[in-house]
Design a binder for this molecule. Structure first.
Ligand code: B16
Ligand code: MG
Length: 215
């Protein structure tokens, strides 16, 4: 029986996935190569330092550790320029309504994000007080598809893993949910998320009872 929901942040609650892509692309372009949207798909849910390692490998660029850290910091500054402009209007369609339905139904909710910027983003969009727990890139060591972020989410809610349902937009995130013994709803398409237990384009007009029946 499902008692709790673990929400990914980027690409589920807000569309920051596009800001991550723009900032990584700017960095890659400055290094003399480009990254496609298709390649960017493989970065979703992956931590900042794992992402930069994958991007540099993709561009066949080898740099000293110090320079890599500098570039990761710069990318984050570019990314935060966009985050600073965010308001509650950036919450993706249907999310606020879903959270209200979950609260009314007595479900617990936690964030399960790889992002170190998660607290800042939740503050900006005004959703921080809605969460019973926040597990993010500051509290986990291993990147999705490792299940650590969701295992910690279930623990923070005082629930068993199988009592939690994950909502994700990343292939790696759905792998992480499954590795934790949880089902996952994918926000996206069958092509991007063939591993999801249920696919939705968004939460717009979605009723919680209907959702739970389909899983
Ligand atoms: P940051 P999620 C992930 O967040 C993003 O999908 C991924 O693109 C990003 O690199 C990662 O967070 C780290 O983010 O640089 O803000 O710490 O989708 O797990 O909410
Ligand atoms: Mg995501």
């Amino acid at each position: 029986m499902i008692k709790g929901f673990l929400f990914d942040l980027d690409g589920v609650i807000v569309d920051t996935a596009v800001y991550h892509y723009q900032a990584w692309r700017r960095m890659a372009n400055e290094l003399g190569f480009d990254i496609s949207e298709e390649f960017n798909e493989t970065l979703k849910g992956i931590s900042r330092m794992d992402s930069i390692a994958r991007i540099l490998e993709h561009g066949k660029v080898s740099l000293p550790e110090e320079r890599i850290l500098e570039l990761a910091k710069l990318k984050n500054e570019w990314y935060l320029e966009e985050v600073e402009k965010m308001t509650s209007a950036n919450v993706l369609p249907g999310i606020q309504e879903l959270i209200s339905q979950l609260k009314a139904g007595g479900y617990k909710i936690s964030l399960g994000s790889a992002s170190k910027n998660a607290p800042k983003i939740l503050e900006r969009i005004g959703l921080a007080p809605e969460f019973d727990a926040i597990v993010d890139g500051n509290s986990v060591k291993k990147s999705k598809p490792d299940p650590e972020v969701f295992i910690k989410g279930a623990e923070a809610l005082n629930l068993k893993n199988e009592e939690c349902l994950v909502i994700e937009d990343a292939f790696a995130g759905i792998e992480a949910a499954h590795a934790a013994g949880m089902k996952a709803i994918g926000i996206g398409t069958k092509e991007n998320l063939p591993n999801a237990d249920l696919i939705l384009a968004s939460f717009e007009e979605v009723k919680l009872e209907d959702l739970l029946k389909e899983l």
